[in-house]
Write a protein that binds this ligand. Structure first.
Ligand SMILES: *Cc1c(COP(=O)(O)O)cnc(C)c1O
Length: 403
């Protein structure tokens, strides 16, 4: 049983082995930030590293490239440590959307699937990539419901943690089913990396993508990453033949031949600043340890659900996230018919930052590196007071451009 008082939350913070990590981030004000699953906080180490890199650029100019050019691999290896991959299996580049496009194309060319499958409630960009490629390649596209059949000839894109409900899938079990059936799975780890154990290599996962600006705290627009299991790398080709994926990049007169290993999935010049932020963010995550992060994610979401049951259920809220902690990532969706107005009121009247995910969820992320138990307690107390008073009804009911 989770204690519901503020003293209980303070005691949990006092006993939290990850508590010191909070001071490794910038806290510009005392707003309660519960949106680290959308854009993580800025680590102090990253701020320093970016300043140093700007100075390097200023001083070294083009002479800096020998030190910068391997950044996609260095950052990829730092991510590998967080998602249970081996060095050389992950490369940081492009956006998650573009990386997904590259891997879906590569898998279509290598495996000739009949059907592309996404979940109906999958993050939109993943569905859009599959829709576009299904139309171009004249393949069937299936949007799956709760029941996920995995069949031979299917190429399936799956999130380990769903962006809206926070539901956590058993990656190893699904991968084993896919392998037995002869289906190919591309995992999207965007809402999982840095919050829950991923264990790609142990599960024998073949392909994965993810982003770095959520729980990995790499900052707005930081590059994403892709994973290809070691033994498959030289059997797959990127649909974008660029000079950074070329076997001998500076032999410029030669025809294209893909680089051996993971580098063949690079296309053009890497975003060096963003990659430095990826490396720092992933290092900090690895230092904390994925098992400790997951344990804290469970403790924080358990507290949130307990406080919801005591305070918010009587006000018309329901929990849109699995109650079994084994089936949950590091955010909780609280559903309410006036979720948009409640989200606005939380931000503008209560200094609590969640986000809204349509049609009816207030999404509360508890990034375990820097969110405290008292943050969860205070945020839900303010939420209760505000909705009990009807303060959210003063806000326009029409969602804005960025939610
Ligand atoms: C956040 C997220 C993305 C982000 O894609 P970008 O190309 O970085 O904008 C993709 N897929 C899922 C499941 C996400 O949660």
């Amino acid at each position: 049983m989770v204690g519901l008082t503020r003293a209980d939350a303070e005691a949990a913070d006092a006993a939290d082995p990850l508590a010191p990590f909070r001071d490794r981030f910038v806290h510009a004000d005392d707003r309660i930030y519960l949106d680290g699953n959308s854009l993580g906080r800025l680590p102090l180490a990253t701020r320093d590293r970016l300043q140093a890199l700007a100075a390097e650029w200023g001083e070294q100019l083009v002479g800096g490239w020998p030190a910068w050019i391997d950044a996609p691999v260095t950052a990829g290896d730092a991510i590998a440590a967080v998602i249970g991959a081996r060095p050389g299996e992950v490369i940081a580049c492009d956006s998650t959307t573009v990386n997904l496009y590259k891997l879906v194309c590569a898998a279509i060319a290598a495996r000739s699937p009949r059907v592309l499958v996404a979940e109906r409630h999958e993050f939109p960009t993943d569905r859009y990539v599959l829709e576009g490629l299904a139309a171009r390649e004249e393949l069937e596209l299936r949007l799956a419901g709760a029941e996920l059949e995995l069949r031979r000839g299917e190429l399936v894109v799956l999130s380990q943690v769903n962006y809206r409900s926070g539901e956590l899938r058993d990656l190893a079990a699904v991968q084993a089913r896919a392998d037995a059936a002869g289906a190919t799975v591309i995992w999207d780890l965007s809402h999982a990396a840095g919050a829950v154990p991923v264990g790609l290599h142990a599960a024998g996962a073949e392909l994965a993508v993810g982003c770095t600006y959520k729980y990995l705290n790499a900052g707005p627009g930081a590059p994403g990453y892709l994973y290809v299991r070691e033994d498959l790398q030289d059997t797959l080709r990127s649909p974008i033949q660029g000079w950074f994926g070329q076997a001998d990049q500076f032999a410029m007169e030669r025809d294209y031949a893909p680089h051996a290993g993971i580098r063949r999935f690079l296309a053009g010049t890497p975003p060096v600043m963003g990659l430095a932020a990826v490396e720092e963010g992933a290092r900090l995550t690895a230092e904390a340890g994925v098992a400790a992060l997951h344990a804290k994610a469970i403790a924080l979401t358990e507290r949130m659900i307990a406080l919801h049951d005591a305070w918010l259920a009587p006000l018309g809220f329901t929990v849109g996230t699995p109650r079994d902690p084994a089936l949950r990532g590091s955010h909780v969706a609280l559903r309410h018919p006036e979720a948009w107005q409640i989200t606005r009121a939380l931000i503008e009247r209560a200094s609590v930052i969640p986000d809204f995910r349509g049609p009816d969820s207030v999404r509360l992320g508890v990034a375990p590196l820097y969110t405290r138990h008292v943050d969860v307690h205070d945020a839900l107390q303010r939420l209760r007071e505000l909705v009990a008073l009807g303060a959210h009804r003063e806000f326009d009911a029409t969602p804005g451009r960025v939610t």
